[in-house]
Design a protein around this ligand. Structure first.
Ligand code: HEM
Length: 424
């Protein structure tokens, strides 16, 4: 019996994404947690809802806020559409980050997957940029001041920071032209770049032979359809249903129309950038906005290119020791980072005690070295006492960075009140 044309077309499309047969271990949920696929699904939802929002939204400082209000109040399902777009965008940041974490801890970024790790980092940057440019569009007090804070942070970068901030804002303050610029980035260039790099990303996954799996003597292959395709459809349905339910009951935030002369107290960056805002409260701006972020970015780019003794792609945490190091490093980094921030301000207080020193040294080099010394000692202890090898030490170092950022992000988001004072 001949297959119907539509069924054939669907099969052909699926085969562009997946091979005909697949290793049974690759479709176990706890191999990838479906995170890459969920990110792709969220992008699709964002694309469709975004296209619909474009019919109502007006990208001008005078009318943007009113157009969102009219979407919410006058258009049938308008509020639901906005909520779906907003919550999918927030979830995409979380899911893309968790996918990065899964790829790293399952050691799936080495050898033939190195290039795809770099494309992944680029995608992470695009996901955050798309979120950030969309953040401004409602033109309310929350979005206006969050973007003002973030673009001001950029201007601390030495030499080209001011120029970069002015380029992003199209002027020295956030205004009418910033909104238009963000709108075009958000609804044009960034989605286009994301589609392009996602296509390369998927192609490289296939080229590497699918998801990374530890080598075994004999692996069992199963048909991709229906074994993987049905699972993917099931996860997609759950995500869509959960998002719909959440969007019915929880509204995306919308404060009063932006007042460029009245800043709220406290004024905070978007939640995913709060780690940077928190960092800047403790160290010299050049360190907080440039040297430390740059060092971390270069480190993340370099991870798969460093020489290791032995790597088994697909092996979670590399080894049992790697798993233990992950837990120990996460706990150590969270406690130490939080404690160090308090001690740095309350006890060291270098900006006052060493007022005659150049501030780059007293509030930049000195606290950074004081922070790094115990961190290095911690990793050294694992190397000497527990004979941790290079991949295990790398897992420890990455965990320390991730845990430190999350700690600062949570501190800034949840524990800072009026005047950015710590509140418990
Ligand atoms: C819009 C964002 C992204 C999308 C849609 C996406 C999608 C995917 C998909 C569908 C896979 C196949 C396996 C899986 O589902 O886990 C995958 C694998 C991979 N992704 Fe992503 N990804 C994104 C962002 C990232 C990021 C931020 C990184 C890390 C920096 C990354 C690095 C990788 C690597 C190295 C692989 C191969 C892993 C393996 O072979 O096991 N991706 N991605």
């Amino acid at each position: 019996m001949r297959e119907p044309a539509t069924k054939k077309a669907i099969k052909k499309f699926i085969l562009h994404l997946h091979p005909l047969k697949i290793d049974k271990r690759a479709i176990a949920f706890n191999r990838t947690f479906g995170l890459g696929g969920i990110a792709a699904l969220l992008f699709t939802i964002l694309f469709i809802t975004g296209m619909m929002l474009k019919f109502v939204y007006i990208p001008s400082a005078g009318q943007a806020h009113d157009s969102i209000l009219s979407l919410k109040n006058d258009i049938i399902f308008g509020n639901l559409l906005r909520n779906l777009h907003y919550w999918s965008a927030m979830l995409l940041v979380v899911v893309a980050f968790l996918h990065l974490v899964r790829v790293f801890y399952s050691q799936s970024l080495f050898y033939e997957r190195r290039k795809n790790w770099l494309y992944g980092l680029l995608l992470m940057f695009l996901v955050v940029s798309a979120n950030f440019t969309g953040y401004l569009l409602p033109w309310d007090q929350l979005s206006f001041w969050a973007v003002t804070i973030m673009t001001n942070l950029l201007s601390y970068i030495p030499l080209f920071g001011e120029g970069l901030a002015d380029l992003i804002r199209d002027g020295d303050t956030v205004g009418e032209t910033t909104l238009l610029r963000f709108y075009h980035f958000h609804t044009g260039l960034l989605p286009l770049l994301m589609v392009f790099f996602m296509a390369i990303h998927f192609w490289l996954v296939r080229k590497a032979g699918g998801v990374a799996l530890p080598k075994i003597e004999k692996s069992k292959k199963v048909d991709t359809h229906p074994h993987l395709t049905y699972k993917e459809a099931f996860v997609a349905l759950i995500i869509i249903m959960a998002l719909l339910l959440f969007s019915i009951f929880v509204d995306a935030p919308l404060l009063e129309k932006a007042k460029p002369t009245v800043s709220p107290n406290p004024s905070k960056a978007p939640w995913y950038f709060m780690g940077f805002q928190e960092l800047l409260m403790h160290v010299h701006p050049v360190f907080g906005s440039f040297i430390i972020p740059l060092a971390v970015t270069v480190f993340f780019i370099a991870i798969p290119f460093i020489k290791y003794q032995e790597i088994e792609p697909g092996a979670w945490f590399h080894s049992k020791k790697g798993r233990k190091m992950t837990i120990a490093s996460a706990v150590f980094s969270a406690i130490f980072t939080f404690a160090f921030a308090i001690i740095n301000d309350a006890v060291f207080d270098f900006s006052n005690r060493l007022a005659e020193w150049p501030s780059l040294i007293s509030t930049g080099v000195l606290p950074t070295l004081l922070y790094l010394a115990p961190v290095t000692a911690f990793l050294y202890y694992f190397k000497i006492k527990h004979k941790a090898n290079r991949p295990e030490l790398m897992i420890g170092a990455v965990t320390i960075i991730l845990s430190a950022y999350i700690t600062m992000m949570l501190t800034g988001s949840l524990l800072r009140g009026e005047g950015m004072q710590l509140i418990f």
